[in-house]
Ligand binder design. Structure first.
Ligand SMILES: [Zn+2]
Length: 325
């Protein structure tokens, strides 16, 4: 059917038509809100490069999670900023570490919201890399697996509903699954950062989590941005090792990866709308160069359209408010 018999504009005539034929829906159910738990008391420190996002000490964090829940957002993702860092990220494996303490406080005070915990070492090591280092400064994959598994078990013991390893070590999903099962946590799902790229879009996060590597970069473990077949291999490995949810990170520059992962696997797919993607919109809106709210909603729906079931995003609260209008 061609013009003039077929006129696509007929179904775009007004918002009622557009609503009726809309192919992709964004709902508050799709959103996960990342939060930064900081050691100390009365901490509420805004991250300069991420306006509206804060490092929060535990009691402030609990307040924030209450607010997140009241907006109908089903889950939060927790990162920890410990009081002390060392070479082997001890705080990340301690039952009294910052993230474990934060999880317990949230689970006590705010029932009815899922707590996902980030499992990694970059926020906890003094060198800022995602695991234990070898003598020549590379991350020791297999030694790191052991401490990742230990860390995940402490999160589960504290009450985490889902653990989310973000380190990109080979074999970590299997190592974590085995450790969780052995400790009686067979029911705790793993959301794996399956295809995580070495991205410039993480810049502002490193301020937020104080996790910038002190030397070198993360290209020897995170993925090279031009690769997509490798992403499918990475996801396939994690699925085989027992991942319950697979994630692509970042989101907007990798919509093709989300789309291919969606097509190739039947597990739920998550996408991380990362700090840089957030900050760019905030900065553009502040300068008056773009309509921040409109670009936010368009970005989130694009991530959904690409095939993500869940979106981890610093926009979650704002988007939930827009969706509730
Ligand atoms: Zn890391």
């Amino acid at each position: 059917m061609n013009f003039p018999e077929y006129r696509p504009r007929r179904l775009r005539k007004n918002e009622l038509f557009r609503r009726m034929v809309r192919e992709t829906r964004l709902s508050v159910d799709n959103l996960i809100y990342p939060l930064f738990a900081a050691a100390g008391k009365n901490v509420r420190k805004e991250i300069v490069s991420m306006p509206g996002v804060y490092q929060l000490s535990v009691s402030n964090l609990v307040k924030e999670v209450r607010e997140v829940k009241a907006l109908g957002i089903p889950a939060v993702l927790l990162f920890g900023i410990p009081a002390k860092k060392d070479a082997v990220g001890s705080d990340a494996r301690s039952d009294d570490g910052i993230i474990q303490t934060a999880v317990r406080a949230i689970k006590d005070a705010v029932p009815g919201i899922l707590v996902v915990t980030d499992v990694c070492f970059c926020e906890y090591t003094d060198h800022g890399h995602c695991g234990i280092l070898t003598m020549d400064g590379d991350v020791d994959n297999d030694a790191t697996l052991e401490i990742l598994a230990e860390s995940a078990v402490t999160h589960a013991r504290a009450g985490a509903d889902i653990v989310a390893p973000s380190d990109m070590m080979d074999g970590r999903v299997a190592a974590i699954r085995e450790a969780l099962d052995a400790e009686g946590f067979a029911g705790i799902p793993i959301m794996s950062y399956a295809a995580k790229y070495a991205s410039g879009f993480y810049g502002p996060f490193r301020d937020a989590a104080e996790s910038a590597p002190q030397f070198g970069d993360r290209r020897s473990y995170q993925m090279d941005p031009p690769n997509i077949r490798e992403a499918l291999r990475e996801v396939a490995l994690d699925v085989r090792e027992g991942a319950d949810i697979v994630m692509v990170k970042p989101a907007l520059a990798y919509l093709d990866v989300i789309c291919r992962v969606r097509d190739a696997f039947d597990l739920p797919v998550a996408a991380y709308n990362v700090s840089g993607e957030y900050s760019i919109v905030k900065a553009g809106a502040k300068l008056g160069w773009i309509d921040g709210e409109r670009v936010m909603m368009e970005s989130l729906v694009a991530i959904r359209r690409a095939g993500a079931d869940m979106i981890l995003t610093y926009f979650a609260k704002e988007a939930a408010k827009v969706l509730a209008r």
